[in-house]
Design a protein around this ligand. Structure first.
Ligand code: HEM
Length: 474
């Protein structure tokens, strides 16, 4: 018995020690935001999925606080910041109080396990340089005729032969083909398919329950991610070889530009780093932009008076051009009503729900203490449908965006502050160009007038948004 005494004493003291630690933590954590962490391990994930982000957030703002509340999602204790003030606070304090954070499950599915240990800050700086390079106004101007030509091709091939089309899958196809053409110079459909098939597995499962077990959507996402990376690595190596043979020193697209970029010490980016960056860009742009196109077509097909206004504006532009002449930047600038219509669609059906970050220090917000290491989430839901900022919030009314528009930080489909979506202008062009081509050729009507919209990665019409097409020219 005496042999056990040295072990028994620490065991008896352990609960006391744990209590003391938790007391100290509570003391240092002050007044935490109100809320619930749900059940052990699963937290409030089920409630979030079952009620959808919009209702989940609205219910808790009413129950706990309209400013911030705590919850447990994705295995993390999290403060959800609400309303324009919450949005502004997170946007303005990026890199001061917060740093960006992504769930581990997402990184596992998307990024190569051989991801370099290179200082993340250095890599982020280089990534921002690409984003600036490929998304700057001069580059965007050159994308417009390509977007226009591809929209015409797609409408001829996939829309025109049918009297009914499913918009969401076709919008995804257009968005993916476009990104492949513009950023990787891929036009061959077989080559695109080798990327798009596994990529759809990725987007179908990255935000599902992160159980990497056979038969689970997350497991397919992990497998799909591996296949996308392998295919990208093949494309990158081939291009590197081609560039070396031709001594190509000008970046003709995103891929060539990435292959030419160097760190300050003169080293080129590794192929793994390039592949990770391209995947990041594909994920950020694909569902979001496809969902935005789908939302716009949804409202055009549902609201004839809105369609008429858009049609008038777009036909004035179409009539000012020859039939084979492509859209230009100047034409886009004339699409004022149409852009307000797109913004109203983004308000009511925001493709991105918000973004995560991690508190790098303890701080106070609205009287609540947010401990260091907690995750934070700003979101579109606490302001986009709030009657305080958008009277009659369920009404579709593009005129809200006329004049000074909505109050600052209340309309945030692209986020704000230093991390605001760098693809905002690209998305604007893609949606407007596609919309121009659709209304120029067809009048639309939903085949399922009250088709349910569910929140998966983005708002998703459960039947893919089937619409009747009525061509203007028979
Ligand atoms: C309607 C379409 C789109 C919406 C609604 C959207 C929305 C967003 C949002 C909310 C963020 C997070 C901002 C934050 O962290 O606070 C973001 C980040 C980002 N978006 Fe978009 N986006 C769209 C299209 C695009 C496109 C077309 C591209 C690229 C061509 C793109 C590239 C990115 C990238 C690279 C980031 C990460 C920026 C960073 O962390 O520094 N997005 N987007």
């Amino acid at each position: 018995m005496s042999n056990f005494i040295p072990y028994i004493i620490p065991l008896l003291l352990l609960p006391l020690f744990l209590y003391f630690i938790s007391f100290l933590r509570r003391k240092s954590s002050g007044n935490l935001p109100p809320g619930s962490n749900g059940y052990p391990i699963i937290g409030e994930n089920m409630a979030f999925v079952l009620s959808g982000p919009q209702k989940f957030i609205k219910d808790r703002m009413e129950k706990y606080s309209p400013e911030a509340f705590q919850t447990s999602l994705l295995g993390e204790t999290m403060a959800i910041f609400c309303g324009p003030q919450g949005n502004k606070f997170l946007f303005m304090n990026d890199n001061k109080l917060f740093t960006s954070w992504w769930p581990k499950s997402l990184k596992k599915a998307l990024l190569s396990p051989a991801y370099s240990d290179r200082d993340l800050k250095e890599l982020t700086a280089v990534r921002h340089t690409f984003h600036h390079e490929i998304l700057k106004p001069e580059a965007l101007k050159q994308y417009i005729p390509v977007m226009d030509a591809l929209a015409r091709e797609h409408l001829d091939q996939f829309w025109k032969p049918n009297s009914v089309v499913k918009v969401f899958p076709l919008a995804k196809r257009y968005t993916f083909d476009l990104v492949c053409r513009l950023f990787l110079s891929l036009v061959d459909q077989n080559e695109i398919k080798r990327l798009s098939d596994p990529f759809s597995l990725v987007v179908g499962g990255i935000f599902s329950l992160p159980l990497d077990l056979p038969g689970m959507a997350y497991n397919s996402a992990v497998k799909g991610g591996k296949m996308v990376r392998e295919e990208l690595m093949r494309i990158i190596r081939e291009r590197r070889k081609e560039m070396m043979e031709k001594k190509e020193m000008e970046g003709r697209d995103l891929l060539s530009k990435m292959l030419l970029v160097r760190y300050e010490n003169g080293e080129y980016l590794s192929e793994v780093e390039i592949s990770n960056n391209i995947i990041g860009l594909l994920v950020a742009s694909f569902e979001t932009t496809s969902s935005a196109v789908t939302a716009v077509i949804n409202y055009l097909a549902e609201l004839p008076h809105i369609y008429e206004e858009v049609f008038k504006e777009q036909m004035n532009i179409a009539k000012s051009k020859g039939p084979d002449e492509h859209l230009t930047w100047e034409d886009i600038e004339k699409m004022k009503y149409s852009w307000n219509m797109v913004r109203e669609s983004l308000r009511l059906m925001p493709p991105a729900q918000g973004a995560f970050s991690e508190a790098i220090t303890e701080f106070t917000y609205a009287g609540f203490t947010i401990p260091r290491g907690w995750k934070a989430f700003w979101n579109v839901h606490s302001s986009h449908k709030n009657p305080k900022y958008f009277p009659e919030p369920e009404k579709f009314d593009p005129s809200r965006f006329e004049g000074r528009g909505p109050p600052p930080y209340s309309f945030v489909p692209f986020g704000g502050g230093p991390r605001m979506c760098p693809g905002k202008e690209y998305a604007r062009l893609e949606v407007l160009v596609f919309m121009h081509n659709v209304v120029k050729r067809f009048k639309l009507e939903k085949t399922i007038p009250s088709e349910k919209i569910v929140f998966q990665n983005s708002p998703t019409p459960v039947h893919g948004l089937p619409v009747h097409l009525y061509p203007h020219e028979k």
